[in-house]
Design a protein around this ligand. Structure first.
Ligand SMILES: Nc1ncnc2c1ncn2[C@@H]1O[C@H](COP(=O)(O)OP(=O)(O)OP(=O)(O)O)[C@@H](O)[C@H]1O
Ligand SMILES: [Mg+2]
Length: 384
């Protein structure tokens, strides 16, 4: 047997001629064999080397094969244990197998080829089990890593939300003072200021208004996200909300030379909604449509959903449209598309708020658009 072969098989028998016959039988195998008639010696080798299979005689002077294999099991449970038996030992061998102490037994005298097959099969089984065990451990480890990373991420997300929410709250009071002071100065000095000072005052006023809107949007979104705000839902005709919002946005649209049409399906079932929040959603969508469209106009449609059990509202414009690769970004916070008009103001929170509100209504919102073909924002709400 070449020295380089790693020993994988241990054979224990009190008869020297059996040991030498076995050594001969496995001489040409890929694995090395260690033979001994001393159980302590066998256990030592099993404890110190990567042994895969142990073959033990049942009848030995000091202890039985089953007892010995029990000790092997305690030491290295993965090792495959095989018992050599004579006719009279068959009952105890079967018991040992049934109790899970022994993988299988081989009757003496054996056929060389049978023994070879049994040992090769046992080696193969050991390798497979080990491979499975390693894969399992790896998956466990990866799972644990993933869970730890996830937990860490959740902590960070919570911290970020708490931070945004507190800072926005803190900003509110000083901002209200600034707005009040600026409004007061404007009132007190009306008609008395020179053109330049009036212009600066106007810049300050618009800046304060814009900041107030932003702070309100952030607070409104963080309240929705945290679930702190319970949305009160009431049965409502969606067309009524649309008419109200359309009336207020029509002036803005017409001021830009755009039309604003409504095409409302009659007799739609009432849906459970929070009128203020749906108003906010429609306002954001119409505001965007008017803001990004320079020619043509906007059509708001209500209809039964393409999916049964829902009504659908669609805000369609004849604006520039949105590139395919940008569609996925729109509903994320602070997303404003690079190519959108830099003159156009906004913070990129409008659609994030829309999505949060619609989701809280068990509905869904999405966008359909192509560059040059205008844009449609559509949301659906469940019919109760
Ligand atoms: N109708 C539309 N046509 C073309 N692009 C649009 C349209 N609606 C939204 N977008 C794009 O999606 C971006 C995000 O819209 P969103 O309403 O979230 O933010 P915003 O309008 O820029 O700011 P805010 O609504 O917070 O004032 C816009 O900046 C714009 O690039
Ligand atoms: Mg917007």
């Amino acid at each position: 047997m070449p020295q380089s072969k790693a020993t994988s098989l241990v054979i224990l028998d009190d008869e020297a001629n059996i040991l030498s016959a076995c050594a001969r039988l496995f001489r040409n195998e890929a694995f090395g064999v260690f033979t001994t008639s001393d159980p302590q010696e066998a256990l030592r080798v099993i404890g110190t080397q990567d042994i895969k299979v142990v073959l033990s005689d049942q009848r030995m002077p000091v202890l039985s094969g089953v007892e010995f294999l029990k000790q092997v099991k305690d030491k290295k449970p993965a090792v495959i244990r095989i018992l050599f038996t004579g006719h009279t030992d068959i009952q105890s061998a079967e018991d040992a197998i049934n109790q899970g102490e022994v993988y299988r037994f081989i009757n003496k005298p054996w056929q060389d080829e049978d023994l070879r097959v049994v040992i090769r099969d046992a080696m193969h089984r050991y390798d497979l089990t080990e491979e499975n065990r390693k894969l399992y451990e790896l998956t466990q480890k990866q799972n644990e890593d993933l869970q730890a990373a996830n937990a860490q991420l959740n902590i960070l997300i919570e911290k970020e939300k708490a931070f945004t929410s507190t800072t926005s709250h803190e900003l509110r009071t000083p901002l209200a003072s600034i707005k009040m002071a600026v409004d007061l100065i404007a009132q007190l000095t009306e008609g008395k200021l020179d053109e330049e000072t009036a212009r600066y005052l106007d810049i300050a006023k618009r800046g304060a208004d814009r900041l107030a809107r932003l702070v309100n949007d952030i607070l409104s979104l963080s309240k929705l996200e945290s679930g702190a705000e319970t949305l009160k839902l009431e049965l409502f005709q969606i067309n009524e909300v649309i008419k109200e919002v359309a009336a207020s946005q029509r002036l803005v649209a017409e001021g830009k030379g755009l039309y604003l049409k409504t095409d409302l399906a009659p007799g739609l079932p009432a849906v459970k909604l929070n009128a203020d929040k749906i108003n906010q959603v429609l306002n954001n969508l119409l505001n965007n449509a008017v803001k990004f469209t320079n020619q043509g106009g906007i059509t708001v449609t209500s209809r039964m959903g393409r999916e049964a059990g829902f009504i659908e509202v669609c805000v369609r414009d004849t604006g520039p449209g949105i590139a395919q690769e940008d569609l996925g970004k729109l509903f994320k916070k602070f997303q404003q598309l690079a190519n959108s008009d830099s003159q156009v103001s906004g913070t990129g929170l409008g659609l994030a708020i829309c999505r949060e509100v619609i989701t809280r209504h068990q509905g869904n919102i999405w966008v359909e658009s192509q560059v040059g073909q205008g844009t449609s924002f559509i949301f659906k709400l469940p019919i109760p």
